[in-house]
Design a protein around this ligand. Structure first.
Ligand SMILES: *[C@@H]1O[C@H](CO)[C@@H](O)[C@H](O)[C@H]1NC(C)=O
Ligand SMILES: *[C@@H]1O[C@H](CO)[C@@H](O)[C@H](O)[C@H]1NC(C)=O
Length: 441
């Protein structure tokens, strides 16, 4: 048992070392100028092409003339700043194939960034135009071949499909019809289940709508929380969770029959423990851990790997004091090892197991942080809060992985295994040191 676990862990560390080495191998030595514009490959969506491109030219000219002074920020953990949007970025999402980061802003565009460029000097992005409107939220479909947006003026969901043109560049096509308008209050979040079975939209009143992929309303959840402050679909695609004015985070299961037909939404479990309203929450990638951040001045880590149908309740693993405020965002690294919390334009990174505050980043953006996400491999943390997207090295994640290896080393019986672990710890440590001393792009 122990040997098997050790083997798996050794593999995992090996993978980490390779990832870091790959990342570093790709680096160039030049430092990118703060104000250098991103390289942009234009990909127009198929509708209203000519009038839109004219407007863009005008907008571009305007934005060149009265370019506001840029907020400057530097930090050893900053891997790069992605620049391209001419408006405030409101939402970020990684595709589940790990290749893309989507961002949307009030500049009427959604941009698709290539994650493999994060450590390069140039950050190419593709642009999808949101005609006569702008997207407040963007989420990739599970197959990474489409994304859904929430239209700020249209107050509903629009689907964009991504396809490869003959010359193998990506382009975008808007689905025939937008969803119907159903929400009566401001939107909080949208999502597509990883199972591909449903879409969710949640607003600041107590409403969550569950839709099929064609835009038929399947169910409406009343969260009974006075107001909602956040809601999302779990990464496993089984649950929808919501928090708000009340201290409890509520979790529902969206149930489908054997033939894939929608059945019902049922209450699954609650996270009970906070003493005041909850600002936001996040899941680890297998949905086995959740982190919540509350007005009561703490974040809490929960084990949600339970069989609620057998009356098992999720249980509290950790409570840690932290700074937070209305609009705080929280992210949990895919492996559940690192908790990131925003408070206004500041960012704090914690070790999830020990609760230790590992990094504090101040004034990361010129405005409040609007979104916070780890990439699917847990190498990077990205944030938005003005026109730029900040990409940070997840060094607390590397350190936590190394610490776990060191614990394994202490328990290891076999001499060969010990040597191998020791060597991998040394390699990981030197890779981490290189990340920290590398130039910012
Ligand atoms: C971005 O947000 C700030 C503060 O809300 C605002 O002053 C600024 O005008 C916004 N920029 C754009 C381009 O909308
Ligand atoms: C979760 O992330 C870890 C670490 O990045 C990875 O090894 C694992 O395969 C991921 N699991 C899922 C279900 O995506």
């Amino acid at each position: 048992m122990e040997v098997a676990a050790l083997g798996a862990l050794t593999l995992l560390l090996g993978a980490l070392v390779i990832l870091v080495a790959l990342a570093l191998g790709k680096r160039k030595d030049e430092i990118r100028e703060e104000n250098e514009p991103a390289t942009e490959s234009v990909a127009e969506s198929s509708v209203g092409k000519s009038s839109a491109s004219k407007k863009q030219k005008q907008e571009k000219q305007r934005s060149r003339k009265d370019k506001p002074s840029q907020h400057s920020f530097s930090h050893p953990l900053l891997a790069s700043s992605l620049k391209g949007h001419s408006g405030n970025v409101t939402c970020l999402d990684f595709s589940s194939n790990g290749k893309y980061l989507a961002s949307c802003a009030d500049d009427r565009t959604v941009r698709i960034w290539s994650t493999k460029d994060f450590l390069e000097r140039e950050h190419k992005c593709l642009r999808a135009n949101v005609e006569l409107d702008h997207a407040l939220l963007v989420r990739f479909s599970p197959d990474s071949r489409a994304f859904i947006t929430w239209l700020a003026n249209g107050d509903t969901i629009r689907i964009f499909k991504m396809f490869k043109k003959d010359d193998s560049t990506l382009s975008f096509k808007v689905a025939a019809e937008d969803f119907s308008q159903k929400h009566k209050a401001s939107i909080l979040n949208i999502g597509i289940a990883e199972t591909g079975k449903f879409i969710m939209s949640a607003s600041t009143d107590t409403t969550i709508h569950i839709w099929d992929l064609k835009g038929e309303l399947l169910a409406t959840i009343n969260t009974n929380q006075m107001t909602n402050s956040y809601a999302m679909i779990s990464p496993c695609g089984r649950f929808v969770a919501a928090c708000g004015f009340t201290p409890d985070v509520k979790v529902w299961e969206v149930c489908f029959g054997k033939a894939g037909e929608f059945k019902e939404v049922t209450r699954a479990f609650d996270l009970k423990g906070h003493s005041a309203g909850v600002h936001a929450f996040a899941f680890s990638n297998n949905s086995h851990r959740m982190v919540t951040v509350s007005k009561d001045g703490t974040w809490k880590l929960w084990n949600t790997d339970v069989e609620y149908k057998k009356q098992q309740d999720p249980y509290l693993l950790k409570t840690v004091p932290c700074a937070s405020s209305e609009g705080s965002r929280v992210a949990l690294s895919p492996d559940g090892r690192v908790v990131a919390i925003s408070d206004g334009s500041n960012l704090a990174l914690y070790n999830a197991a020990s609760g230790e505050l590992e990094e504090e980043l101040r004034s990361v953006h010129s405005e409040d942080i609007t979104d916070l996400r780890f990439d699917i491999n847990g190498r990077f943390l990205v944030s938005s809060g003005d026109k730029a997207i900040r990409v940070f090295h997840n060094t607390p994640g590397y350190r936590a992985a190394i610490r776990d290896m060191q614990d394994m080393l202490k328990k290891a019986q076999n001499e060969a295994m010990k040597q191998r672990l020791q060597q991998q710890i040394t390699e990981a440590q030197s890779a981490l040191d290189t990340v920290l001393s590398a130039p910012i792009h």
